[in-house]
Design a protein around this ligand. Structure first.
Ligand code: ZN
Ligand code: ZN
Length: 330
């Protein structure tokens, strides 16, 4: 933790007072050295606009953010694709301070105003949910496309909750009964892979899925995904790691499998899904810490198997009401 001066909002930035932020697996990878990031991390957050000299109508509005900031000049930016601008900055990930601070400077065009009825604690999931929804923008999913999501962590669960709206044949593979239970509660089929022998698993699931989403956080798991996917099927890779991975390419070549990388998605669509309660993110919250306890929050987030850890910046101190509820309930 460090005291820093308030961010500079010259140019087209707005000054956003951060209300709540989520700690993501990417933050943990950054901490371990991914992207060589220096600065203030935090790319999943909700705040209130305090100053916006170039868009005064936004002052007082509750917002979340699109994290990708393009250069505005290159070919990708000219076709409206800042996500793939080679010179892009990304809030809290690349060359731009993020939201693990009381204040964050955000380009006005990256702000997404939140509807009144959407709770801050739900809206903080907009960024990771957009990444989950992005899969359906990349792969043509039919009502009967057989999809497996590998990994019942935060991203795996969000991918399952998102894809549940696109196919009736969705299976989540994980190892944690309580997390699989969250998916089962939304009528998603689940398999606890630690309860099935590797032989039985192989018999039952080899080549069983048209699309396999690899969201385990383990860069080697693409090779297991290749065993689950049917010939001519698609593996969607969601894991970003600071560790390089080895892939058995021959398996993909012989079975003519598509390997598809998938990253950020449209924040506005994610906000709509949350505001309309099409997707319920709240069961993914494990704890909410006050910002003063950030170190403890981050340690908790680094504990294997933990679900979403949030940080609340409410002034006046004390625990967030949800944290009180969680403490009272455990
Ligand atoms: Zn994230
Ligand atoms: Zn650009």
């Amino acid at each position: 933790m460090a005291d820093v001066p308030p961010p500079d909002i010259s140019g087209a930035d707005a000054l956003v007072k951060v209300l709540m932020a989520g700690i993501c697996a990417t933050d943990i990878e950054l901490y371990k050295g991914y992207q060589n990031f220096q600065g203030i991390p935090g790319h999943e957050f909700v705040g209130r606009v305090e100053e916006a000299p170039q868009a005064p109508e936004l002052v007082g509005k509750r917002v979340t953010v699109d994290i990708n900031i393009g250069c505005g000049k290159c070919l990708r930016c000219q076709i409206g694709d800042a996500r793939h601008c080679p010179l892009r900055r990304a809030l809290g990930i690349r060359d731009k301070d993020g939201g693990f601070a009381d204040y964050c400077a955000v380009p006005i065009e990256n702000l997404r105003v939140l509807p009144e009825g959407l709770e801050t604690i739900d809206a903080v999931f907009a960024e990771p949910l957009a990444a989950a929804l992005q899969i359906a923008q990349q792969v043509h999913i039919r009502h009967n496309t057989k999809i497996a999501v590998m990994g019942d962590g935060k991203m795996g669960l969000l991918c399952a909750l998102a894809l549940n709206h696109y196919t009736s044949d969705l299976t989540l593979l994980g190892r944690h009964p309580e997390k699989l239970g969250i998916a089962a509660g939304e009528n998603i089929s689940t398999i606890n892979v630690s309860e099935v022998s590797p032989e039985a698993l192989k018999q039952r699931l080899r080549g069983a899925f048209d699309v396999v989403v690899e969201a385990t956080g383990n860069p080697e798991a693409v090779n297991q995904a290749a065993k689950l996917v049917a010939p001519e099927g698609t593996i969607v890779a969601k894991t970003t790691s600071h560790r390089p991975s080895e892939i058995n390419l021959a398996e993909l070549v012989v079975d003519e499998i598509t390997l598809l990388g998938s990253r950020c998605g449209d924040i506005g669509f994610a906000v709509k899904c949350l505001a309309n309660r099409w997707i319920h993110a709240a069961p993914l919250v494990e704890s909410v810490y006050p910002f003063a306890d950030f170190a403890r929050a981050f340690e908790h987030a680094m504990t294997p198997g933990s679900l979403k850890i949030l940080v609340a910046f409410e002034s006046g101190g004390g625990l967030h009401p949800l944290q009180q509820a969680l403490d009272g309930g455990s």
